[in-house]
Design a protein around this ligand. Structure first.
Ligand code: SF4
Ligand code: SF4
Length: 342
C-alpha cells in the first residue's frame, strides 16, 4: 500500500474503528511521565512522549501472571488468556526492537505459551521517534530512531497530520479504516527532515565497534568493583529493560481449598538470590558480579552470539531507561566507554 495521510482530526475515528477489533493500548500521561495503558478514547493517547516508565513487554509478558489455580480436589485449572487481541499504538523503535528480541526468546528459543498466545495476532502500530530523551542512545545500537521492521503500520507525526506507512497485509487492511488520502512526495521529505533533526539531538552515544569482545575480555576490570560498591541491587534497571526476560515461578498458598495458585513473576540478575544454588552456594554473591552480568549480557554475550542477529550485535536496544532510573547514577554508556578505554 502506498503511504497515505491521516489528519489528526480523524485520529479519534481511526482509533474507534481499531477498538472494535482489538484491545488498543498506547502511551498515556501519568503525572510527568508516560505509561502504556488501555485506550478507551483517542483523547487519552499522548503520542508526544520519550519513553514510558515500563516498556511494552509488560503487555505480552506481565510482571505477574497467573498460570493456573488448583481446584478443591487439587487438580490444576489453567488461567485463561484475554480473548481480544492486543493492538499496541504508538510504540517507538527501541521498544519494538525489544519486542522482536522477546519474540526470538519466547517463540523460537523456547516456546512460552502465554507469550505466544498474546503475541500471535497482535498488531503493532509504530511511531517514528522524534522525541530524543537525555538518556536515549538507540541510534548507536542500530535500533532507532526509525522503526525499520516488525510493525504492521508506521505513523510519523508531521504536525497536523500523520504519514501512514504499512509493513504487512493486515496493517494495510487496518490502515484503510483511517480513510486516508495518498501522501505527497513532500510528506515523505518532511519525514526525512524530522529524522535527521532527531538524529542530531542524541546526547548519549556508544561506540559498539569491538565492544562485545572488549567486555568479554574484561571480566576483572576495576569498574565492576568500583560501581558494585555503590550499587544498591534494587533491580530497577532490569525491571525497566525492554529486553530482560528472566522469570521465576511461585506457588501462592491459599487458606481455603481452591485458593492456591501458581504464577510467573519477573526476576532479576541483580538480586542476591538469583544465582543461589544448592547447599548455600552463590556464584554471584558480590554486587559487582551482578552488575557485570547485567551489562555484559546487554552489551556482549547476550547479543548475536546468544540470540542471533535480531537487532544487530547486542541485546541492549539503547532505550536509556536503566540510566534514567538508577538512583545512584550508574550509566551503561559510561561503563562501555571505560571498558573500551575511552
Ligand atoms: S540495557 Fe538499559 S538502555 Fe539497554 S535496553 Fe536495557 S534498559 Fe534500555
Ligand atoms: S545499577 Fe542502579 S538501578 Fe540497577 S540495581 Fe544497581 S542501583 Fe539499582
Amino acid at each position: 500500500m502506498k503511504p497515505t495521510i491521516l489528519t489528526k482530526t480523524d485520529l479519534g475515528n481511526f482509533v474507534g474503528e481499531l477498538r472494535k477489533e482489538f484491545t488498543v493500548v498506547g502511551p498515556t500521561r501519568k503525572r510527568s511521565q508516560h505509561v502504556f495503558n488501555e485506550i478507551d478514547d483517542a483523547q487519552d493517547l499522548d503520542l508526544d512522549y520519550v519513553t514510558t516508565i515500563l516498556p511494552p513487554k509488560k503487555l505480552f509478558f506481565p510482571p505477574r501472571d497467573n498460570l493456573l489455580s488448583f481446584d478443591r480436589t487439587g487438580e490444576p485449572v489453567p488461567a485463561p488468556l484475554e480473548e481480544k487481541k492486543l493492538l499496541v499504538f504508538g510504540i517507538h523503535s527501541c521498544d519494538l526492537s525489544g519486542l522482536l528480541l522477546l519474540d526470538r526468546v519466547f517463540q523460537k528459543d523456547i516456546s512460552y505459551p502465554r507469550y505466544v498466545g498474546r503475541r500471535q495476532g497482535s498488531i503493532i502500530v509504530a511511531l517514528t521517534c522524534t522525541q530524543i530523551g537525555d538518556t536515549c542512545f538507540c541510534e548507536s545500537m542500530g535500533t532507532g530512531p526509525e522503526p525499520r521492521k516488525g510493525f504492521d503500520i508506521l505513523l510519523t507525526d508531521l504536525g497536523d497530520r500523520f504519514l501512514v506507512e504499512t509493513g504487512t497485509v493486515e496493517g494495510a487492511r487496518l490502515a484503510e479504516k483511517g480513510k486516508c488520502d495518498e501522501a505527497k512526495p513532500s510528506d515523505l521529505e518532511s519525514k526525512e527532515k524530522l529524522l535527521s533533526e532527531a538524529k542530531r539531538k542524541f546526547k548519549k552515544k556508544v561506540n559498539t565497534d569491538g565492544l562485545a569482545e572488549a567486555l568479554a575480555k574484561n571480566l576483572a576490570h576495576p569498574v565492576w568493583k568500583r560501581l558494585g560498591d555503590k550499587d544498591l541491587a534494587c533491580a530497577q534497571c532490569v525491571i525497566s529493560c525492554p529486553t530482560c526476560f528472566c522469570m521465576d515461578i511461585r506457588d501462592q498458598w491459599g487458606n481455603l481449598p481452591g485458593e492456591t495458585s501458581r504464577c510467573v513473576e519477573w526476576d532479576s540478575c541483580f538480586l542476591l538470590e538469583f544465582a543461589e544454588v544448592a547447599l548455600g552456594g552463590n556464584f554471584r554473591k558480590d554486587r559487582g558480579a551482578r552488575l557485570r552480568q547485567f551489562m555484559g549480557h546487554n552489551l556482549s554475550w547476550g547479543g548475536a552470539a546468544q540470540y542471533g542477529p535480531v537487532n544487530g550485535q547486542h541485546k541492549c536496544v539503547g532505550c536509556g531507561r536503566c540510566v534514567r532510573v538508577c538512583p545512584v547514577g550508574i550509566d551503561i554508556t559510561e561503563v562501555a566507554k571505560e571498558i573500551r578505554g575511552g
